[in-house]
Unconditional design. Structure first.
Length: 240
C-alpha cells in the first residue's frame, strides 16, 4: 500500500532530515511512526502527500508520488492535521464534510448520504449542523476525522491525533482510531496511544529507521527508547 524506497530529504544541503529511509506498509496495517523532535516524522507525512520532494522513490498502491500523479495519490490518502482549526475551514461540520465529496463529482444527494453514514458510524449525528467555532476541541477533532472519512480514503494519516485533549476525549479518539478499517499511519509522542492503536512501530532517529517491528516489542524496550531520547509509555513505567 505505502512504500518508501531509499528516500532522502534535506531542507538544507548539508543537513539531511531523512537518510535512505525504506519501509513498506501493507493494506490494513496500523503503524505508529515515532521518534524524538526533529527525527523526520512530519517530513515523512509531507513527502507522502507530495508537499515535499526528495530523493528515492515513494509508492502508493504501486503509483509513484510525483507531481503528475498527485491528484490520484491524494484521493487515496486522508490526512488528519494536528490542529483541527487548520483543517475545518467551512462554517459548519456538514459543509466541511460535503466539500471533498462534491469536488469528487458526487451529486449532492450522494455526498449527503455519505456524510450521514460517516456521522452515524462515528456517533456524531448531532454535530452535523453545528458551527465549527461552537464545538469543543474534542468534538472538533472527531469532526476532522469524520471529514477525512467522508472522502473514503484508502489510508488515513494522522499527526498527533490526541494532542491537547482531555482524558475523556482522548479515549473517544483512540476508540475511533481502533475502529477504522483503513490503513493507518500515525505520528505521535503519545506512546500510550500508539500502543493502544498500532500493531507495528517504525522508530526514526537521526533521519534513519532505527527500529521497525511489533509495537508491543519496541514500546517495551526501555533501553532502545532511551537511546533515541524517548521514554516508555506511561502505562509501562514502574510506579514507586
Amino acid at each position: 500500500m505505502i512504500e518508501f524506497q531509499n528516500v532522502s530529504f534535506s531542507y538544507e544541503k548539508e543537513r539531511p532530515v531523512l537518510r535512505e529511509v525504506s519501509f513498506r506498509i501493507e493494506t490494513g496495517e496500523a503503524v505508529g511512526l515515532i521518534g524524538a523532535n526533529g527525527a523526520g516524522k512530519s517530513t515523512v507525512m509531507k513527502l507522502l502527500l507530495g508537499l515535499l520532494s526528495g530523493e528515492g522513490k515513494i509508492l502508493i498502491d504501486g503509483t509513484e508520488v510525483k507531481k503528475e500523479n498527485l491528484k490520484e495519490i491524494r484521493r487515496k490518502l486522508g490526512f488528519v492535521l494536528q490542529n483541527s482549526d487548520n483543517q475545518m475551514f467551512m462554517p459548519t461540520v456538514y459543509e466541511d464534510m460535503m466539500f471533498a465529496p462534491l469536488n469528487y463529482m458526487l451529486t449532492r444527494e450522494e455526498a449527503e448520504a455519505r456524510v450521514d453514514a460517516v456521522l452515524k458510524e462515528l456517533g456524531l449525528t448531532e454535530l452535523k449542523h453545528r458551527h465549527n467555532h461552537r464545538i469543543s476541541g474534542g468534538e472538533k477533532r472527531m469532526a476532522a476525522i469524520a471529514t477525512i472519512l467522508a472522502m473514503e480514503p484508502e489510508a488515513v494519516l494522522m499527526d498527533e491525533p490526541t494532542s491537547a485533549l482531555d482524558p475523556y476525549n482522548r479515549r473517544v479518539v483512540i476508540n475511533t482510531i481502533r475502529s477504522l478499517r483503513q490503513t493507518k499511519l500515525i505520528t505521535s509522542h503519545d506512546l500510550d496511544m500508539i500502543l493502544d492503536t498500532c500493531d507495528r512501530v517504525i522508530l526514526l532517529s537521526g533521519g534513519r529507521v532505527a527500529a521497525d517491528g511489533p509495537a508491543e516489542v519496541i514500546l517495551r524496550d526501555k533501553a532502545l527508547l532511551e537511546a533515541h531520547r524517548m521514554e516508555l509509555p506511561l502505562c509501562l513505567q514502574t510506579r514507586k
